[in-house]
Design a binder for this molecule. Structure first.
Ligand SMILES: [Zn+2]
Length: 144
């Protein structure tokens, strides 16, 4: 596969203007020892978009409007630094991107009848309530 890509790039007569349009150096690709890794990085760089919607919701929900730079890059790297457990990393990724299914979300789309948190049954089950504001879960004995 990599030899095919390499030979295709070598055989093609790309002009300087074409290379600028592609956003990467063909010479760099040909010279790369780890071609697939480099191509993967280039493709990720091209398609990456910052999850603005979830970031705005975190800023709103946590009252962080006064903080100018939250360094979202560092925040998204935390799961990789904190644990090697892939399930915990997956949960943290979903939590940060607000892809965790709460009763509040499920009731909006008609899957759950109630949006209330099943433990306290007084407030809506949102990420903030579930994690920090619920009186029932905050009184729980910490893990040892
Ligand atoms: Zn609660």
């Amino acid at each position: 596969m990599t030899s095919t890509i390499r030979s295709t790039f070598k055989s093609s007569k790309l002009k300087t203007r074409d290379r600028k349009y592609q956003g990467f150096s063909v010479q760099k690709l040909i010279a790369a020892t780890k071609l697939t890794k480099l191509v993967y990085k280039i493709l990720i760089r091209r398609t990456f978009t910052s999850p603005q919607k979830s970031q705005k919701k975190w800023v709103r929900d946590c009252d962080l409007e006064v903080v100018e730079d939250l360094s979202w890059g560092s925040i998204y790297l935390l799961p990789r630094l904190c644990t090697l457990n892939t399930m915990i990393r997956k949960f943290q990724f979903k939590f940060l991107h607000r892809h965790t299914a709460t009763n509040s979300c499920l009731s909006k789309i008609g899957i759950m009848e109630t949006a209330l948190f099943y433990l306290c049954k007084t407030d809506k089950e949102t990420l903030i309530h579930l994690s920090w504001k619920c009186s029932v879960t905050s009184n729980e004995k910490p893990l040892e």
